[in-house]
Design a protein around this ligand. Structure first.
Ligand code: AMP
Length: 453
């Protein structure tokens, strides 16, 4: 049950068709006219993948997955975020899906003719037994391990769970109770396919990608250990030829920014990804994805990259665990409305246990300071010594806020398959949305520890 989605196409002002890479692929004959492979068969009829309406597509694809629940061996989506969105859709809509199965009739809100005709063969007759089975599982209060109950033969979940997707690993593990492998097979972009994970069963933290040299010409800008540029040229400048390192010359342990030259015509294009060489497969270097170069939040002289932010949040969110609460999604914002400016983190928290009480404000204040203690030396110096950065703030947002954020970005042209929550928000509309969903806000109660050493 792989949940794939397309997005509507557009034309550029001069009339060239424009669409995302995955939409292009799903609409191509490579996908539509593929030969039947019993080992790579999808539950979703192609027409449901090709439907432009995300809700209709999601409803039909989940319905098909539920109908085939006893045959499904693998679950997944391109990115972990899209898969979690599907679980959330299921949580809200399982009753409607069960009604369809019970009556052998597709919900009337599905108006796409291709979806209706492709689903009619799957829903050929009412199946009240299956509807009862699913309804019994879904009506359980706690959804921990729900995936293994709904799809009992599933062996793994396939999705990108590295880089900014790493934050979804705990939620995925919650929904499968840690019983399914999380498999992250590919590292790719719209511009070029980069590489594969030769050890698909490795833990998400240990995933390394082997770049495929026939996909394009790969070169590397050497970086310092915190992902900073070592050389003297502007972030967005063309890289001087003599500064680039070839794929055969990268060194283990070192950090690089990826530069590609592609068959489609990109010449020495800076993808914006920071990678670290962690091993070799024969002579082929293997890379760990570290972060995207440009995702930084900065108030004063400090610069926090995605990895630092993510590591700090990961440490801090552990404080929620004793309260049966899970951080499901977060983003950050450099609030400079007041002087000094400060970091704002928007947190969406899932309460999964029986302890339904709101969290004690002290816990969230401790989360604020725990994030700050994990941020780097320069940040802590700015906060404690220079006082050029104010106390970090956590704004707790209502459940569903990050889905609404995703919807907002989708209406602005992002694709559901390729959508990644921005780790730092700058768009005014997105900030307005986040602000409107804040249910409580907490500040660091003290300065983080700082010492010149
Ligand atoms: P897009 O621009 O939507 O094609 O996304 C391409 C970008 O997604 C890459 O440059 C990476 O930053 C990110 N990405 C793709 N695959 C992975 C992966 N396996 N792990 C982490 N990030 C990834």
């Amino acid at each position: 049950m792989y949940l794939y989605f397309v997005k509507a196409e557009k034309s550029t002002p001069c009339g060239l068709p424009a669409r995302s890479v995955l939409t292009s692929y799903y609409k191509s004959k490579h996908f539509k006219c593929r030969t039947h492979d019993p080992w790579n068969d999808f539950t979703s009829p192609d027409q449901t993948i090709l439907c432009n309406d995300i809700n209709q597509s999601m409803h039909c694809q989940l319905l098909a997955g539920l109908i085939h629940r006893r045959q499904v061996l693998r679950l997944g989506a391109v990115f972990a975020s899209a898969f979690l969105r599907a679980i959330s859709f299921l949580e809200r809509n399982w009753r409607k899906l069960c009604d369809d199965i019970r009556n052998g009739q597709l919900n009337s809100f599905i108006t796409d003719p291709s979806c209706r005709s492709s689903m009619s063969t799957l829903l050929s007759s009412p199946d009240p037994c299956l509807a009862d089975e699913i309804s019994k599982i879904c009506s359980q209060k706690c959804w921990k391990g729900i995936l293994c109950k709904l799809w009992p033969k599933a062996k793994y979940i396939e999705a990108v769970v590295t880089g900014s997707m790493a934050q979804y690993v705990p939620a995925l593990e919650h929904y499968c109770e840690g019983k399914l492998h999380l498999v992250c097979t590919m590292y790719a972009s719209s511009e070029c396919y980069f590489g594969v994970n030769l050890k698909p069963l490795s833990d998400p933290d240990d995933v390394a990608f082997t770049l495929l040299p026939n996909m394009g010409y790969f070169e590397f800008i050497p970086l310092g250990h915190n992902g900073t540029l070592l050389m003297d040229f502007d972030e967005n400048e063309q890289v001087p030829n003599d500064k680039l390192v070839d794929l055969v010359n990268v060194k283990i342990g070192c950090f690089y920014e990826l530069v590609i030259t592609t068959f489609a015509g990109l010449y020495r294009y800076r993808v914006g990804d920071v990678l670290q060489v962690v091993a070799f497969h024969n002579k082929a270097p293997q890379f760990r994805f570290i972060c995207r170069r440009n995702v930084v939040i900065s108030i004063d002289s400090e610069k926090t990259n995605e990895e630092d932010l993510h590591r700090s949040v990961t440490m801090s969110k552990k404080l929620l665990e004793p309260y049966d609460a899970l951080l499901v999604e977060y983003t950050s914002y450099a609030d400079t409305c007041s002087v000094p400016g400060h970091y704002v983190l928007y947190w969406e928290i899932l309460h999964y246990g029986t302890k339904g009480d709101p969290l004690d404000p002290n816990v969230l204040q401790e989360c604020c300071i725990a994030v700050e203690e994990e941020l780097d030396y320069v940040y802590r110096r700015c906060r404690t010594n220079d006082k050029s950065v104010g106390p970090l703030e956590i704004r707790v947002v209502e459940p569903g806020t990050f889905e609404a954020l995703m919807d907002l970005f989708i209406t602005k042209g992002a694709s559901i398959n390729q959508y990644k929550t921005p780790r730092c928000i700058k768009s005014k509309k997105a900030l307005k949305l986040l602000k409107s969903k804040v249910s409580a806000s907490f500040f660091s109660p003290r300065d983080p520890k700082w010492g010149p050493n």
